[in-house]
Design a protein around this ligand. Structure first.
Ligand SMILES: NC(=O)c1ccc[n+]([C@@H]2O[C@H](COP(=O)([O-])OP(=O)(O)OC[C@H]3O[C@@H](n4cnc5c(N)ncnc54)[C@H](O)[C@@H]3O)[C@@H](O)[C@H]2O)c1
Ligand SMILES: O=CCS(=O)(=O)O
Length: 456
């Protein structure tokens, strides 16, 4: 019997629709079709894929506002945030088109080492086959294009599974992909029930799994996937460091943009703030004043900066995290206010370095401030977390920047910007439990390909 799931708008709990989970028979049929799609891809030239991706970019741009509204209805993220996501998704698609033309290998002479002389090695890139692309709720279209775009550009077939919450926007995206010219044998949407995911992750017709989401799901995927190639983009507990020479107004605005936008639900959000003691009070006062003016409310309104988090359970988890910090002596400079799925922007002070809010990922608008005298003391505190995604620092002291670049366990350090800095063609990913591999279009193409060498 077909299982169903129903969705509601996180802002007002209005029904968004009821959908059928994919049956296992449907999944097997999709995988068989995608296997045939690999042959279609092998007969498709790179320039043809590039042209299809440029057509998709145009369709995404044409339907951006319609898609942005869908994203806001599904996730509660503000319409301004969703519009920015669509600009980024168009850019990710254009970048995929451009990189589709540039997938080149190299030729190597064999006489570098005795005795193998007289041969030439022609190193080529070839697609892995069928990629299982799995996306999270918070950036449903941009993250989907960071998977579908490079996977298609590399010549793969794609089984696409978004978060259930994003069913409508994802089905719309897949339809636009078909309109642009991606064959149904090359891209298929699926929504299996949780009970079928382990079996699907282990399925021999899947050659690689490209996953963005949380640690728990990643652990289940890696346990089931065996020798499959995994590209894992996971959680973060990113620091933003404000040094004694920082532009404090710019740093405060960046902290707000990188912590309270998307109601704090970004992997690269500024989840911990480290502020030099010499500027702490001035920075803290600017931050509280600016944050207290943020509009919290209907995410469909242009003036709203903070909408609800994804559901009530997430709001409860965030509140428990805040209350745990308060029990350990933290104090509230702003917020600690809740209404249904709304968590109001919250700024905490006097936070213990060993509290959960400093060590675990808090996926909501909570900003712990940590005052420090010497940058050496915060390096072990910043690294004392399972995550290592990105970091941001406000300073023009190149010696300090270079030192932190080498000492911090992160994939990217952004200077005079927040840890959420990301542009579609830069390498993106972290270390430790923030993931394995790199996205960023050119890098993702290589992650979903393998080298094949012809020796002549
Ligand atoms: N590094 C990044 O690029 C990035 C970007 C966005 C979000 N995230 C992380 O994602 C998390 C929040 O997103 P979320 O709540 O959607 O994450 P989640 O892990 O709950 O779900 C992510 C996706 O995985 C699917 N999933 C869950 N269990 C699975 C399994 N066993 N096998 C296959 N698929 C499975 C879900 O249905 C969803 O599509 C946070 O930890 C955040 O930091 C990371
Ligand atoms: O949560 C992260 C979303 S993005 O900035 O990587 O798109």
């Amino acid at each position: 019997m077909t299982q169903k799931y129903s969705l509601v708008n996180p802002y007002n709990n209005e029904p968004l629709g009821e959908y059928n989970y994919s049956t296992w028979t449907e999944i097997e049929e999709k995988l068989a079709l995608l296997k045939k799609g690999q042959k279609t891809q092998n007969k498709t030239a790179a320039f043809e894929r590039a042209n299809v991706l440029m057509s998709l970019a145009s369709l995404l741009k044409e339907h951006s506002e319609e898609m942005a509204k869908l994203i806001t209805l599904e996730t509660g993220k503000t319409i301004s945030d969703s519009r920015v996501e669509m600009v980024r998704a168009v850019n990710a698609t254009i970048a995929s088109a451009e990189e589709a033309r540039q997938i080149s290998g190299e030729s190597l002479d064999s006489d570098a080492y005795a005795p193998a002389g007289g041969k030439i090695g022609v190193v080529c890139w070839r697609p892995l086959g069928t990629i299982f692309c799995i996306t999270p709720f918070n950036f449903p279209i941009n993250i989907a294009m960071h998977k579908i775009g490079p996977a298609y550009a590399a010549g793969n077939s794609i089984l696409f599974k978004p978060g259930p919450q994003n069913t409508a926007s994802s089905l719309f995206l897949v339809d636009l992909c078909y309109q642009a010219g991606i064959p149904k044998s090359v891209l298929q949407f699926c929504m299996p029930p949780l009970s079928d995911l382990d079996r699907l992750n282990a399925h021999p017709a899947i050659n690689a799994i490209n996953f963005t989401g949380g640690t728990a799901a990643a652990n289940a995927i890696s346990a089931a996937a065996g020798y499959k190639k995994l590209l894992l983009e996971l959680g973060g507990n990113d620091p933003l460091i404000v040094m004694d020479d920082a532009d404090l107004k710019a740093a405060a605005q960046s902290a707000i943009n990188h912590r309270f936008a998307t109601a704090g639900q970004r992997c690269t959000a500024a989840k911990r703030l480290f502020v030099h003691a010499s500027v702490y009070q001035e920075f803290r006062d600017i931050l509280v004043e600016k944050s207290s003016a943020l509009v919290v409310g209907d995410p469909m309104k242009d003036e709203t900066f903070v909408g609800p988090v994804i559901h009530q359970a997430a709001a409860n988890e965030i509140r428990e995290r805040i209350e745990s910090a308060l029990k350990e002596g933290a104090t509230v400079a702003l917020g600690n206010k809740y209404e249904g799925a709304f968590v109001y922007p919250t700024i905490l002070e006097n936070v213990s370095a060993n509290s959960e809010v400093m060590i675990e990922e808090t996926f909501g608008p909570v900003m712990p401030l940590y005052k420090f005298e010497d940058v050496e003391e915060i390096i072990p505190i910043i690294n004392n977390t399972a995550y290592g995604l990105q970091a941001g620092i406000f300073s023009n002291n190149l010696k300090v920047i270079r030192h932190l670049f080498e000492e911090l366990d992160v994939g990217t350090l952004a200077t005079n910007d927040g840890p959420g800095f990301r542009t579609e063609h830069f390498p993106f990913g972290g270390v430790k439990e923030s993931g394995v591999g790199r996205e960023g279009i050119k890098y993702a193409i290589r992650e979903m390909s393998y080298t094949k060498t012809l020796v002549i």
